[in-house]
Write a protein that binds this ligand. Sequence first.
Ligand code: ZN
Ligand code: ZN
Length: 367
Amino acid sequence: MQKKARTIVQTGPRALEPRDLPIPDIDDESGLLRIEACGICGSDVEQYTGTIPVRWPLIPGHEPLGIIEKIGDRAAKRWGVNVGDRVAVETLIPCGHCRACIEGRYQVCRGRGGMFGYAYVPLSQPPGLWGAYADTMYLDPFSIVHPIRKDIPASIAVMFNPLGAGFRWAVELPDTGPGDTVLILGPGQRGLASVIAARAAGADTIIVTGLARDAKKLALARQLGADHTIDVESEDVRRRVAELTGGRGADVVVEVSSYSTQPVAESLYLVATGGRIVLAGVKGFKEVPAFISDLIVVKEVTIRGAFGVTSQSYRSAIRLIESGKVALDSMHTHDFALGEAELAIQTLAGEGPGEASIHSCLLPERG
Ligand SMILES: [Zn+2]
Ligand SMILES: [Zn+2]
């Protein structure tokens, strides 16, 4: 009998079920990945609750790390990898032909109909194994894969994803470098990754804000390289940032808080004249009250939106992981078996029985 893939299928909002699905044959241009780890982030929570528009049923899991189990000759040549190699797989599968792809913004490619990438393609589209909540995943001919060393524990290697976001949002988009003061609004997984990336880019001063209940995450931010942290509930953020920057404000503000709109409006008061603001935390399409656009004008502020991560930033993340220079295990709090996917999501959302996770992943080999 043919071997089957163990998967977790989402059939609707808050509905996950285990299913064994057939493993497809591959052609010359595609491959199969044995999943070692699938990272869990805020997008998993949004997908679980049904906030992200997708067609069910499908296999979630957009942060795959694994070993190439099978690969077509042409794919092996194009991707520069072979059977047995460990690779980090990018979420988005670009079409390669649309205007966004050709102009180098493949992370917003919609050339294959809607958002096309791992975790977002329904089971009805052959061969169905489009997500990393599984022990086996299909590798489409247009996949982007990055080799990563095998001697690093899977739960750390899979951090290429949040760290890649940190490099794109806190370094690549705002062009952060030596001398810059970087203010990061929100100490979650992405905020902490932004601290690590800004530090690696040579930022001068790093400041992180959070709520009173984030005390542990703020302590971790300091451990990972933040110079100062601010509890927004007990401190006057504008005054503290002014004190810490000699009255100038921050050269770079990275907004990675989730759902709260206030930091977006506030960022205009915290940024320096001529400074850069990157907005990366989604707000459920809410309006932002008290947003004073004149501040953008009079301070000549640049505001950039960040959607997804680029290959350049993934590569920076992988180099940093392989360097072993940062104690990334301090950020990794939970490992889960594949069958515990629901628990993993609830633990990140702070709805689980124990303490909320910061970085966590599914390890399908654990069952
Ligand atoms: Zn993610
Ligand atoms: Zn495209």
